[in-house]
Design a protein around this ligand. Structure first.
Ligand code: SAH
Ligand code: SF4
Ligand code: F3S
Length: 483
């Protein structure tokens, strides 16, 4: 069905080519998490099927904004950018603006989009991405504006969506969609619908294809990968999936996120410890170190249980790292609660952390909690938390200085094109130089502005020389084959 729309659009676009000033190009701006990035890769694949080419300029034929609603500042950024695109659309009236993603599922945001951003041509929700061809066709053939945000529990396996992958070495593969946890601060269960796991056999089949087409790393995605298979009678669980993927030897590296502490089993830790292709890293959000706050967040674990899991991972995978997410200023957070958070950080010594100021999200349970923490107190706590975490990051990076580690190269560093960047299996970010005369594929490497592109996806041994807070500086010793 959608295939037919793609074909019709290809015809429509090429007919239009002579009569309209619309470029046969698309641009996607993605906000939010890796699940959104994965959706964007699928929509890029759909655009390419229609014959559109990617265009990073400010004058694409179709602009698609894939939005995030996790915190208020994510929404503010989007609304700010929409103002910018309005000006560009005034100069380029044929440009079609498409808006999708999690914000479209929140009523207040949708009302605001309808009210103040009437130049947006098409709006659909995160569960409707497979309908992009149909909506685009209808917009172009009838001229009607389209606002269709459904509550369907979309499963991509029901549609054959081609993906155009952004990274040539890393494949993002959702293994499940939605979330049933209803943490009281969080919009995701409302924006992404009920938790549903993909079929085990279909995941394995897809991974085999990705491996054959040359991907070295896979990133398995889900809001809570540890509950994979839970809602499907007889389905293997997440440790089974990881064990099978490792056994098939399909990738040099298998990554996954996010692990919810309440569902992480000892067996999962054992499987990580036994299989070196699985990343030596856990992203294990704890959110708060206070049992009272954890209960009011509906997280389903205590600080003691969290500590037990984190320390068990440290013991079983001694070279591994743990990253986390922390929220400061949840309603009713007292100085004692906050001290519990700092104490937990001191006990686990997280190698890195994403730290957030609590943001009230309309429609969530916490939005109706009355005891908001005053802004100045939150700001002061947040800066204490950052200071402590930064010291832990630096301490963690220092602990590996002097060692040589294998890095999967991701390209050129953003700030200097003679410096390259990659990650270790423990997810440490390494920026490194390549000495003149280094051999690659039996020839000396050519160092020019394209080197980063050419070596992206290769593995190398890097000597780690200097620790910074968020990265490590190193020097390449030699290229390796990564297995
Ligand atoms: N499913 C993942 C998290 C997805 S959202 C998990 O449960 O671990 C990523 C992070 O955003 C969360 O871990 C949380 O720390 C943060 N977050 C979510 N809602 C928030 C809110 N209302 N205010 C501040 N931070 C929030
Ligand atoms: Fe949000 Fe909690 Fe689900 Fe994570 S587990 S997406 S924080 S509701
Ligand atoms: Fe944002 Fe939706 Fe992801 S709210 S964090 S894009 S699931």
């Amino acid at each position: 069905m959608q295939e037919r729309f793609c074909d019709m659009l290809r015809g429509l676009f090429s007919q239009e080519n002579s009569s309209s000033s619309r470029a046969l190009t698309y641009r996607i701006r993605t906000y939010g998490c890796q699940l959104n990035e994965s959706d964007s890769e699928k929509m890029a694949g759909i655009f390419e099927k229609m014959g559109l080419a990617e265009d990073e300029s400010d004058k694409p034929g179709v602009l698609l904004l894939n939005t995030c609603a996790i915190r208020e500042n994510a929404e503010d950024r989007l609304f700010g950018n929409l103002g910018f695109w309005k000006t560009l659309k005034t100069d380029n009236p044929d440009m079609l603006i498409v808006l999708c993603g999690c914000m479209t599922k929140l009523n207040e945001d949708l009302m605001r989009i309808k009210r103040s951003f009437s130049y947006v041509d098409i709006v659909f929700g995160p569960q409707d991405i497979h309908r992009l061809p149909e909506y685009l066709y209808r917009r172009l053939s009838t001229g009607e504006k389209i606002i269709r945000v459904s509550d369907d529990d979309y499963m991509p396996d029901d549609y054959d969506l081609p993906a155009s992958r952004k990274r040539k070495f890393r494949a993002l593969v959702p293994i499940m969609y939605g979330c049933d946890n209803f943490c009281t601060y969080c919009v995701v269960p409302y924006t992404r619908g009920r938790e549903r796991s993909r079929d085990f056999g279909k995941i394995i089949e897809q991974l085999r294809e990705l491996s054959t087409s040359g991907f070295r790393e896979v990133m398995l995605l889900g809001q809570n990968v540890n509950s994979y298979g839970r809602n499907v009678a007889g389905s293997p669980d997440f440790p089974d999936l990881l064990e099978r993927i490792s056994g098939l030897n399909l990738f040099s590296r298998v990554r996954f996120m996010t692990s919810h502490p309440k569902d992480l089993s000892n067996r999962l830790i054992d499987i990580i410890a036994e299989n070196p292709c699985i990343e030596r890293h856990l992203h294990l959000p704890f959110q708060s170190g206070s049992n009272d706050i954890l209960r009011r967040m509906n997280r389903g674990y205590t600080r003691e249980r969290y500590l037990e899991t984190a320390l068990r991972f440290r013991e079983s995978v001694p070279e591994g790292t743990i990253s986390t997410d922390i929220i400061v200023g949840f309603p009713g957070e007292t100085e004692n609660d906050f001290t519990d958070t700092l104490n937990l950080m001191n006990e686990v010594r997280f190698d890195s952390a994403f730290t957030f100021i609590y943001s009230r999200r309309p429609g969530t349970v916490a939005a109706d909690m009355s005891d908001a923490v005053p802004e100045e107190i939150v700001a002061e706590r947040f800066s204490r938390l950052l200071e402590l975490q930064n010291s832990h990051c630096l301490e963690s990076n220092r602990s590996v200085i002097g060692s040589t580690q294998e890095v999967l190269i991701e390209g050129t560093s953003h700030t200097n094109d003679t410096v390259f960047t990659g990650r270790t299996s423990s997810n440490r970010l390494v920026n490194f130089t390549i000495p003149d005369g280094t051999m690659i594929d039996s020839e000396p490497i050519r160092l020019d502005s394209d080197t980063g592109n050419r070596i992206e996806g290769r593995f190398a041994s890097i000597r780690l020389l200097k620790a910074k807070t968020f990265s490590i500086e190193g020097r390449l010793e030699n290229f390796t084959d990564g297995r």
